[in-house]
Ligand binder design. Structure first.
Ligand code: BF8
Ligand code: SF4
Length: 631
């Protein structure tokens, strides 16, 4: 199996081989064959009498030592994955809320409010009166409200009530899964899945759904507050792939998730060009992005994204990354070993995320600028120790457009209909020019050729006039593969979709169509797509589970992808996953996720590894929804 279909990544895989660098693909091969119990979700380690394993086919045990059956084990494993995903996304959101709070209270002076308009809109949406209040006052109230979302209250989550349809809230109440607090939902999952508590697979999954709503709220807080502090993205030309690295500059890669770190590093690096030049780098500093934080700085500043998560190691084998600075999530511990073989400094920054072999520079919001300077200085120093014999930059680079926030999309649509911006989109969905909308989310996995599932499905769906949105590593895939361009619309979109994208592109003064895939940002920005669906549903007077809107994570890997998929289902979306998760050992769980959910909540999972079949299944779901709406 080819490791990647991206020529830049293919070239880097070759360099890694030549230089004897072991990568994620090599280690995955060494792991084969993987344990069948783990793959089917039939291994339990929730107490010290384990591990207990269930044999789904043969004459082996059918129950764990405590009597747990396969469905219980699988449901518990799934719920815990959702809890881990929720803890991660909402931890990121909480970090932003703390930073905003600290800024308000004078403890994070290097930050500021970049988008006051968004702050005022957000405050109003949350029911905070803005009249006569200063930016600081409002920011303080919003930060307090955000932090309150984490603990358990005797009323439903304010964010969830604000950013979902009334219909969804009724469903959540009826199913007993209405979110009261994010942290308490995570804790509740941990409680109910520990030894001897919840054994009913359906009940456990409902607990998982409640927790996934906490994921949704945590991500919403992350995106909202990032926009307030760092700016709401607008459509931005950008570049992607390893060719964006510069031989004659100090290359600083930002990797991880939170703009609290990456945005500050990007701002500060610009101010340190002279220092880099004095160290012998004629082009000064060059900040590049990796992974989701790469998407964050890409859509706000046009900073090029050189690799997504699965390709993070390959960025280092170019021999020109002088520092790779990370915060948390999706950072491979292997980076330390690889950095060691080059001159590269791996710099960890968060007290909760350290890696043996890395240099740790504690990044406190109170001294953010100074920490950023220290980090960049380490990169400048490392630059002087580059090994010229190891420099090898694959000259592959694409260009494209990123930054399609809800505000940017509504802004573009507003150029077509000023009074009623959503109308052109809805009209074109009704008349069939746009058959539906598909959100591509989630990771690249070593289990499939990198990008293959994304690209195959995107082409199949665009041809059928499905508008495509993308986030996270999916968005990065489309950036690297060069499909965030007007040309890609000419190449791949069906006639109806092409006509709509051309009309909007022309109205926006692009003189060309919008791309067939709209880059909406990082993984937490999946909520931007959900907000568009909610706005369309509210305008049409139907619930989100009636819309021809679907989601897909065709190459998912992380627990965070599991929690996102779960809230997408909870919001009523048919949600495809391309990698079979460890649930197959629980036939009742599989039925709940793929069938029962549809009747109970509207959304459901579609598990399909074949990308053509997956696109066909999503198209089918879109058609069924259109039929339901009578369009
Ligand atoms: O949050 S898509 S590999 S980078 S989990 Fe990770 Fe998956 Fe990439 Fe961002 Ni999202
Ligand atoms: Fe085994 Fe039950 Fe303990 Fe799991 S919780 S390890 S199935 S005894």
């Amino acid at each position: 199996m080819e490791r990647s279909m991206d020529p830049g990544m293919q070239a880097a895989v070759k360099i890694a081989r030549e230089q004897g660098v072991q990568t994620v693909w090599d280690r995955y091969e060494i792991q084969q064959p993987q344990c069948g119990f783990g793959l089917t979700g039939l291994c339990c380690r929730h107490c010290l009498q384990g591990p207990c394993r269930i044999d789904p086919f043969g004459e082996g045990p059918k129950l764990g030592t405590c009597g747990a059956n396969g469905d219980t084990m699988v449901a518990r494993g799934l719920a815990r994955a959702i809890a881990a995903g929720t803890a991660s996304h909402s931890g990121h959101g909480k970090h932003l809320a703390h930073t905003l709070w600290k800024w308000v209270h004078g403890e994070a002076p290097d930050y500021h409010i970049e988008d006051e308009g968004k702050l005022r809109t957000l405050a109003t949406q949350l029911g905070v009166s803005t009249e006569g209040k200063s930016v600081k006052q409002l920011a303080g109230e919003v930060a307090d409200l955000a932090l309150e979302e984490f603990s358990e209250r005797h009323h439903p989550s304010l964010w969830l009530q604000t950013f979902s349809t009334k219909g969804r809230q009724e469903v959540f109440n009826n199913l007993g899964v209405m979110l009261q607090g994010i942290d308490s939902a995570v804790a509740e999952v941990m409680h109910r899945t520990t030894y001897g508590v919840d054994h009913d697979p359906l009940n456990i999954i409902l607990g998982g759904i409640k927790c996934a709503l906490g994921d949704y709220v945590g991500m919403h807080i992350a995106t909202d507050l990032s926009d307030v502090m760092f700016g709401t993205p607008s459509v931005t030309p950008t570049r992607a792939n390893l060719g964006a690295l510069k031989k004659d500059a100090v290359n600083i890669a930002v990797h991880g998730h939170n703009p609290v770190l990456s945005d500050m590093v990007a701002q500060t690096a610009k101010e340190m060009d002279a220092e880099a030049k004095a160290a012998g780098a004629p082009e000064g500093t060059n900040v590049v992005g990796v992974c989701c934080t790469g998407n964050e700085v890409m859509m706000r500043h046009g900073i090029p994204l050189v690799a997504n998560a699965v390709g993070q190691e390959l960025a280092l084998v170019t021999g020109v990354i002088d520092a790779i600075v990370v915060d948390y999530q999706c950072i491979m511990p292997s980076l330390a070993d690889i950095a060691e073989s080059y001159h590269t400094k791996l710099i960890t920054t968060m007290s909760i995320a350290k890696t043996p072999g890395a240099v740790h520079v504690q990044f406190d919001e109170g001294t953010a600028k100074e920490s950023a300077r220290q980090i960049i200085r380490l990169g400048i120093e490392a630059f002087k120790h580059r090994d010229p014999t190891k420099i090898n930059i694959p000259q592959i680079e694409t260009s494209g457009l990123a930054g399609f926030s809800v505000e940017a999309i509504v802004g573009a649509l507003g150029l077509v209909d000023k009074e009623d911006p959503l109308k052109p989109l809805i009209d074109n969905i009704v008349n069939g020019n746009i058959q539906g909308v598909c959100l591509f989310a989630g990771c690249n996995s070593v289990q499939v050729t990198q990008d293959l599932n994304f690209m195959t499905m995107a082409k199949d769906l665009a041809k059928e006039n499905v508008l495509l949105l993308a986030t996270g590593c999916g968005a990065a895939c489309f950036a690297r593969e060069g499909v965030l361009t007007p040309d890609a619309t000419s190449d791949y979109a069906g006639d109806g979709l092409k006509a709509v994208l051309t009309a909007i592109g022309n109205a926006a003064g692009l003189d060309a169509p919008l791309p067939p895939v709209l880059h909406m940002g990082s993984c937490v920005d999946n909520i931007r797509a959900a907000d568009i669906a909610t706005a369309i549903a509210n305008k049409l007077g139907v619930d989100t589970d009636k819309l021809p809107v679907v989601a897909s994570a065709p190459e998912e890997i992380t627990e965070k992808a599991v929690s996102i998929g779960s809230w997408a289902v909870a919001l009523g979306l048919p949600t495809h996953i391309g990698i079979v998760p460890p649930v197959m050992g629980g036939p009742e769980v599989v039925k709940i996720l793929t069938e029962t959910a549809k009747a109970a909540i509207g959304g459901y999972f579609i598990v399909e590894p074949d990308p053509h079949k997956a696109a066909a299944a999503l198209l089918e779901a879109i058609k069924e929804r259109r039929k339901g709406l009578g369009i």
